[in-house]
Design a protein around this ligand. Structure first.
Ligand SMILES: [Fe+2]
Ligand SMILES: [Fe+2]
Length: 237
């Protein structure tokens, strides 16, 4: 089997898992994996990492989500190894891809160039207003916050996580991209839009549709930055 065919099969498996099994199928149709792959491929070209490992790692990085937790290094690694055994891959490719999956949440520092890239691509998705939507979505649908009763402390926790992830960025190429999409929202606006995001998330409204809804509450500059993140325009300009 050629690597291109293997990647096609991995893609089908990853998207099906993300849309049907993660969060009980509530995030069906979201484009996170598509964007992460594109960001990761951009970073791979900038840094000279192994493109096959990066693409496979980016596709599979959230593969442990159906089990409820994708931040634990060992659980991620085991989930990745189990999935990767389905495809005709050699042991070193399996380990290299599993390492990308295992460290993507930054709970263990990524060491290989490919793992750093997959990690950084995911951090860019957890940055700016898109990051606020995505992390609130995850918290609301994993029982970490009560979507109907978002406290200021909950909002603080979400913002703190986004800030923490930013500090874990590994590659200079990703740090440069981050500057284009980073966005500080004032506390007043955060306290206004985060409860709205969490209610929509609980109702299974996907990231991209939440973005459209909350855009009405943003300034033109904020709206433009969010649109750039969703379209990946910031990779080109
Ligand atoms: Fe994740
Ligand atoms: Fe992710």
């Amino acid at each position: 089997m050629t690597k291109r065919i293997i990647l096609r099969k991995i893609k089908k498996f990853a998207i099906t898992t993300d849309w049907r099994r993660a969060f009980g199928g509530k995030s069906k149709g979201n484009k996170h994996l598509y964007r992460v792959v594109k960001i990761a491929m951009y970073l791979a070209k900038e840094t000279g990492a192994d493109i096959f490992i990066v693409e496979a790692g980016a596709l599979l990085h959230d593969i442990a989500l159906p089990a409820g937790d994708d931040s634990d290094y060992l659980k991620n690694k085991q989930a990745a190894r189990k999935v990767l055994a389905r495809f005709q891959l050699n042991d070193s490719d399996i380990e290299a891809i599993a390492e990308c999956v295992a460290t993507h949440e930054g709970t263990v520092k990524p060491k290989t160039p490919e793992a750093k890239i997959v990690h950084d691509a995911d951090v860019l998705e957890k940055s700016g207003i898109l990051g606020l939507i995505r992390h609130t979505w995850k918290m609301a649908n994993s029982g970490q916050i009560d979507p109907e009763k978002i406290s200021r402390r909950d909002v603080g926790k979400i913002v703190h996580h986004i800030d923490w992830r930013k500090k874990q960025l590994q590659t200079s190429a990703a740090k440069k991209l981050h500057k284009k999409i980073d966005m500080k929202l004032c506390v007043k606006k955060l306290n206004k839009i985060t409860p709205q995001i969490s209610k929509l998330a609980k109702k299974a409204v996907i990231t991209e549709n939440i973005a459209k809804i909350i855009s009405k509450k943003l300034t033109i500059d904020q709206r433009l930055k969010l649109a750039r993140q969703l379209s990946l325009y910031y990779l080109r300009h």
